[in-house]
Design a protein around this ligand. Structure first.
Ligand code: FES
Length: 128
């Protein structure tokens, strides 16, 4: 359900840029007035997006820009201490993230484009 004071959906990238289990597309958001990187990737056909912030220590997780998946391309893996997350849900399944989860950002696809949905807490970078 859309939030009343949230910004409208923001174009993120073309759907074709998110290849199945391929490289992620990074984007910037503002969460609680702080700039935070976020990323989107495609897993089992679905575009998903999360803040690029590990549940173990709040740091960016990709081992190279846009590379979040493990060697088998089955899980999102933090490059710092190896926390393992389920790509579809962001839930930690193994490692030092214990029962944590990634902060999910809602995304939708329409007419070959991917959009992310701001909330009251997570806003487009240009809004501050
Ligand atoms: S910072 Fe991600 S596992 Fe420790």
């Amino acid at each position: 359900m859309p939030e009343l004071d949230a910004a409208p959906p923001q174009r993120l990238c073309a759907s074709a840029e998110l290849q199945e289990r391929g490289k992620a597309v990074s984007f910037d958001v503002i969460q609680w007035r702080e700039p935070v990187r976020a990323f989107a990737l495609r897993f089992d056909g679905q575009a998903v997006a999360y803040l690029n912030r590990c549940a173990h220590v709040p740091t960016e997780m990709d081992w190279q820009e846009g590379e979040f998946l493990d060697g088998d391309k089955r899980f999102i893996m933090c490059s710092i201490h190896g926390a393992v997350y389920e790509p579809s849900t962001g839930h930690c399944v193994m490692g030092p993230c214990t029962r944590g989860r990634l902060t999910k950002i809602e995304v939708t696809e329409r007419d070959g484009q991917v959009y992310w949905h701001p909330t009251r807490d997570t806003k487009p970078a240009f809004e501050g």
